[in-house]
Design a protein around this ligand. Structure first.
Ligand code: ADP
Length: 812
């Protein structure tokens, strides 16, 4: 149904009459009804009007020329637009209505009005139809609006992304939107085709709990909870969708109330699909977890690497040798070899074995000490750690080795951790030896005390006897002899006690050496003088073999005299009567060699090392000997060593005599580092070459006293060796020597080290111009004639040192 009448425009009334006066009268009556009055003066004109417009009512004159009222009404009624328009016929009073009344009503007339028209009745009837028309128009308008609204709502519902579902008061589903249909794969119908009751929904639409697998009981369905008046706000629920996937939905719902707000019409629920959000969140969480897991794994791997590195560093740098081995057993279960699994560098250094890892011990050394194998095998079998001291015979080294099982039961691996204890083992050996020596020395001391008591008591009897004789005897000769005897005995006691005091001082380090510049000959003389009575007593002969020239030395004269007289006394004591004793001295380099030689009882080879020990006495046969305490040689050695010298004894055995040799530095020894080739400031490094030993030694001695370092060679070959070794700055070279002469030595020296050439000084008995030319040709820088004037030599050295004289300034 549609209408051309615009909403709000006034209703129209069509007035049809061929008489304009009648029309005018009608208009006058109806004009204040608020309707628009349309005139038509013929049936044709009325038909045309009804084609163009809708009318609330038509007032039609029955009698009209041309188309009469009835015919016109019939035609109007035949048109769809005007089929229901109410028609009121107006007839004259003369007309008999009965003859056409029936037909008129059949044509749809709603009333007949007879002229003369009664105005209020006409007005009332027309106004009724106007009202009727208006309310019908309003109704039509409302219907149109409702249809539009529905269409709008349906569009909106279908446009939203969320699924929307509604039900009526009984819980029967009444509405699905597009999203709901798509979710469930339903045909495109707004309303559910079958009005399912809530009990059937859950199963029909595959509703699930949030766990995504348990079917949802109907009463828990959000729509039912909304219908029951429960608040449904972001309630999570799940649905198995038409495509089989499980969707997670957040439901929001509420009941629908009727206009009064009391009765429930049903409920509506919107369902928001959060599946992809949840999946994304889950995926993100998973990714975060995975990342965290990976990071943790990486951190662990790095920690592991770091700890391995630390272990490796420790392993490589530790001072203990470390290795892990696998013990190999033979078919009888006896350990017979082992395989190296790991070893650190120290292990290689300890054992001298290289690249051991992956190799068997037998491959490496062939012969393994079975006791080691047994020790390792035992630890591998029992799992009990063990510790042993192992000796590596090849290197004579000792190791303290901890043998520790590695791995659980059944593992044949053991770790060896070894530290070198060679020093400790040696120290222990030394300690043991010292203890033994101490015991021996204790024994000697005990013997010494017995001897001492004996030696001290021995003179007492003759002294007491002497005192008795002195008191009783008037015989002057007897008294004189007794006096001499007592003096001798007392002297002997005094010597014993002096020796005792000395050895006590030496033992406690209280003996001091007071050096003085003395001639050796003087010291010897003093010693001989002291020993003279003893020598004479036994009728020994003494031969002295000393340098002719006075030999100056820096020594403690009293102590060195004591040394020599001690040796002479021993020679006298241990040589049968009328023996031959010799005391000699020679300069050797920076030293003086002194010897005391006898042809006495000699010393057995086995005793030689012991005789310098304190309280040692080799010979127990003292019948014919002057008593001794066994401390003399100990004292001698101590004094010699305090001088920086040394003493040795030689003997070819019993009865073959003995020789004691003492070597003493001529000058007081300089501090150690200065000793080797280091002249005092301003001093020079000098080599003296002369086959005349005394001449060479004495010149060297003088040079040393001047602060130079002087070495001596007695032939050309030795001269070249020393020159090579010590690089002297100056060489004093004798010309006439057996073997290589001075010229040859000079030439060889010039060839020896082209870079660092010494100043060569010829020392010769010949001084002619010819000789000078010859020395110059041989490469000498200076020429001195023998015997050289010491002052001249000293001046030359000073000049050389100061650079005022150089190579080639020959002089005489
Ligand atoms: P003693 O007081 O016994 O002489 P020494 O220390 O002087 O003590 O000598 C130690 C030992 O060395 C002597 O007991 C002696 O056996 C031996 N001895 C020392 N000098 C000689 C020597 N010239 N000839 C043989 N034996 C000697």
């Amino acid at each position: 149904m549609s209408s051309n009448v615009p909403a709000g425009s006034p209703a129209k009334v069509l007035l049809v009459d061929d008489n304009p006066a009648n029309l005018l009268a009608l208009e006058a009556v109806l004009q204040d009804l608020g309707a628009e009055l349309v005139r038509a003066v013929s049936g044709d004109q009325a038909l045309a009007c009804t084609l163009a417009d809708d009318f609330a009512a038509i007032l039609m004159d029955v009698r009209m020329p041309g188309l009469d009222g009835f015919e016109t009404a019939r035609l109007i009624r035949s048109r769809p637009r005007s089929r229901t328009t109410p028609i009121l016929f107006i007839t004259a009073s003369t007309d008999s209505p009965d003859e056409y009344l029936e037909g008129a009503y059949a044509l749809g007339a709603v009333d007949f009005l007879t002229k003369p028209l009664h105005a209020p009745v006409l007005k009332g009837k027309v106004s009724f139809f106007i009202e009727l028309y208006r309310s019908r128009e309003e109704l039509r308008e409302a219907e149109r609006a409702a249809v539009n609204e529905r269409a709008f709502l349906a569009t909106v519902l279908d446009a939203v992304q969320d699924a929307i579902v509604a039900c009526d008061a009984q819980g029967r589903l009444t509405l699905f939107n597009r999203a709901t249909r798509e979710l469930h794969g339903l045909p495109a119908e707004t309303l559910p085709s079958e009005p399912l009751l809530p009990e059937a929904w859950s199963a029909r639409y595959c509703l699930l709990r949030a766990d995504r697998c348990t079917p949802l009981p109907p009463e828990e369905a959000p729509l039912m909870r909304a219908l029951a008046g429960e608040p449904v706000h972001n309630v999570e629920t799940c649905v198995r969708a038409a495509d089989g996937s499980i969707r997670t939905l957040l439901a929001n719902g509420q009941p629908l109330y009727d206009g009064t707000g009391r009765g429930t019409l049903g409920a509506v629920v919107s369902l928001h699909d959060v599946t992809s959000l949840r999946e994304a969140t889950a995926a993100r969480e998973m990714a975060v977890r995975e990342q965290a897991r990976r990071e943790a794994a990486e951190a662990a791997a790095e920690r592991l690497r770091a700890s391995e590195e630390r272990y490796r560093n420790l392993f490589d740098s530790m001072e203990e040798g470390f290795c892990v081995i696998e013990v190999l057993f033979d078919e009888h279960g006896t350990p017979n070899d082992y395989l190296f699994l790991e070893a650190n560098p120290t292990f290689g250094r300890h054992t001298g074995l290289k690249d051991v890892v992956g190799r068997r011990m037998r491959e490496l050394v062939g012969d393994i000490d079975q006791s080691w194998l047994d020790a390792y095998g035992q630890v591998a079998r029992t799992g009990q750690a063990h510790r042993v001291i192992l000796r590596i015979p090849r290197y004579e080294r000792y190791f303290d080795v901890s043998i520790t099982p590695v791995g659980g039961p059944g593992s044949r691996r053991v770790a060896l951790l070894g530290s070198e204890v060679t020093e400790r083992v040696r120290a222990e050996e030394t300690l043991r030896r010292l203890a033994e020596e101490l015991a021996a020395s204790d024994q000697r001391k005990t013997e010494f005390l017995a001897t001492l008591a004996h030696e001290l008591r021995n003179p007492l009897a003759p002294l007491r006897n002497g005192l008795f004789v002195m008191r009783q005897s008037k015989d002057e000769k007897a008294r004189q002899r007794t006096w001499e005897m007592m003096d001798r005995q007392l002297g002997h006691m005094v010597r014993l006690i002096d020796d005792l005091m000395d050895i006590a001082r030496v033992s406690t380090g209280k003996v001091e050496i007071r050096r003085a510049r003395v001639a050796l000959q003087q010291v010897v003389e003093n010693a001989v003088e002291t020993s003279h009575p003893l020598l004479e007593q036994s009728g020994h002969s003494l031969k002295l073999d000393l340098p002719a020239e006075p030999l100056p030395m820096e020594v403690d004269p009293t102590r060195i005299a004591q040394v020599l007289s001690n040796l002479l006394s021993n020679a006298a004591k241990y040589t049968p009567a009328r023996g031959h004793i010799e005391l000699g001295a020679r300069v050797e380099g920076n030293e003086v060699r002194l010897w005391v030689k006898d042809d006495g009882i000699g010393i057995q080879a086995a005793d030689l090392p012991r005789i310098f020990q304190m309280f040692t006495q080799v010979s127990r046969d003292r019948q014919q000997m002057t008593g001794g305490l066994g401390i003399g040689l100990a004292l001698v050695r101590a004094i010699v060593e305090l001088h920086g010298g040394r003493i040795d004894a030689e003997s070819a055995g019993r009865g073959a005599g003995s020789t004691f040799t003492v070597r003493l530095p001529i000058t007081a020894p300089r501090p150690r580092e200065a000793e080797e080739a280091m002249p005092t400031p301003g001093g020079l490094n000098v080599l003296v070459v002369d086959d005349n030993e005394d001449a060479a030694e004495s010149l060297a001695l003088i040079l040393q006293m001047d602060g130079h370092v002087a070495r001596v060679a007695h032939d050309g070959r030795r001269a070249l060796e020393l020159a090579q070794a010590y690089e002297p700055q100056v060489v004093f070279l004798d010309i006439g020597m057996p073997g290589m002469n001075g010229y040859e030595v000079a030439r060889a020296l010039r060839e020896q080290k082209p870079g660092r050439q010494p100043v060569l000084v010829a020392l010769t008995g010949w001084g002619s111009q010819e000789d000078l030319a010859r020395t110059r040709a041989a490469g000498f820088d200076h020429h001195l004639t023998k015997p050289a004037d010491i002052a001249q030599v000293e001046r030359l050295l000073v000049d050389l040192r100061d650079g005022t004289v150089g190579a080639g300034d020959q002089e005489r």
